[in-house]
Design a protein around this ligand. Structure first.
Ligand code: DGL
Length: 263
């Protein structure tokens, strides 16, 4: 088979990467995609770098065994901790997530912005390099999204405590007069309605997923990897743990039922 007709692999520690998958299938509707949720090992955020490298590498081995032609690391934490390692180990092209500090800093009028991400993302070299490069002229406030990944993974998004928890989390950022809040974790777009409620309406919430998929599109074109046949794209889903929330989220964002294989 022509390699160009092989699928794109997407993975995350859990369901968060579906916020990236959704953009991918909207922007590249002809491509087949395999999504892997490493629910059994979620969250990645508090883990050490070598642990995340090992977990990410195991997922990549699986995606390569399924012939993925390109892999999107739809997890800021895994990108921060493991993308250099993955790029040195495998020849398949990788696209990673990066908190969108640059557009937020460039467009900020109050010269105060914030990034919400996991501990693992803030500890990574990538985050330091990006913020040093692009956030020199703004006050950059960072906030660890304590418990937010777990809230999404446990399907607790609409619980009343979630609202209170998020309101308390963003309060100090509002006090810093931020005008942009960058979502630095792919789980957080699923909390966007609650974040909007908790924030003054003039604060812009920045989700980097569309920009990441545009970058994937450029890499696909550059490497002549674009799908060539007109067959219907195939979407498959794998989970290393319990797939219940993955199923619910997929139903919510696509309004369709998909088969999910639990490994
Ligand atoms: N979606 C992952 C990210 O973007 C969640 C991290 C975690 O598992 O802690 O960072």
């Amino acid at each position: 088979m022509d390699r160009r007709n092989y699928p794109i692999g997407v993975f995350d520690s859990g369901v968060g990467g579906l916020s990236v998958w959704k953009e991918l299938v909207a922007i590249l509707p002809n491509e087949s995609v395999i999504y892997f949720a490493d629910n059994a090992n979620c969250p990645y955020g508090p883990r050490k770098q070598d642990e995340i490298e090992k977990l990410a590498s195991d997922v990549v081995d699986f995606l390569i065994s399924k012939n993925c032609k390109l892999i999107i690391v739809a997890c800021n934490t895994a990108t921060a901790s493991a993308i250099d390692f993955l790029r040195s180990k495998y020849s398949v092209p990788f696209i990673g997530m990066e908190p969108a500090v640059k557009p937020a800093a460039l467009n900020s009028k109050t010269k105060s912005i914030a990034v919400l991400a996991t501990e693992g993302t803030f500890n990574g070299k990538l985050y330091h390099d990006t913020s040093n490069k692009y956030a020199k002229d703004v006050e950059l406030n960072i906030k660890v999204g304590d418990k937010l990944v777990e809230i999404v993974e446990k399907g607790l998004i609409n619980e009343p405590e979630t609202k209170n928890h998020i309101a308390a989390l963003v309060k100090p950022l509002i006090e810093k007069k931020i005008d942009h809040l960058v979502l630095g974790c792919t789980h957080y777009p699923f909390l966007i309605d609650i974040l909007k409620e908790a924030l003054p309406s003039d604060i812009i919430i920045v989700d980097p997923a569309p920009a990441v998929i545009m970058q994937a599109q450029r890499v696909i074109n550059l490497n002549d990897l674009s799908k060539k046949d007109d067959s219907k794209p195939n979407y498959s889903f794998y989970s290393s743990g319990n797939s219940k929330v993955l199923r619910l989220m997929l139903k919510e964002i696509t309004d369709s039922e998909y088969e999910i294989t639990e490994l």
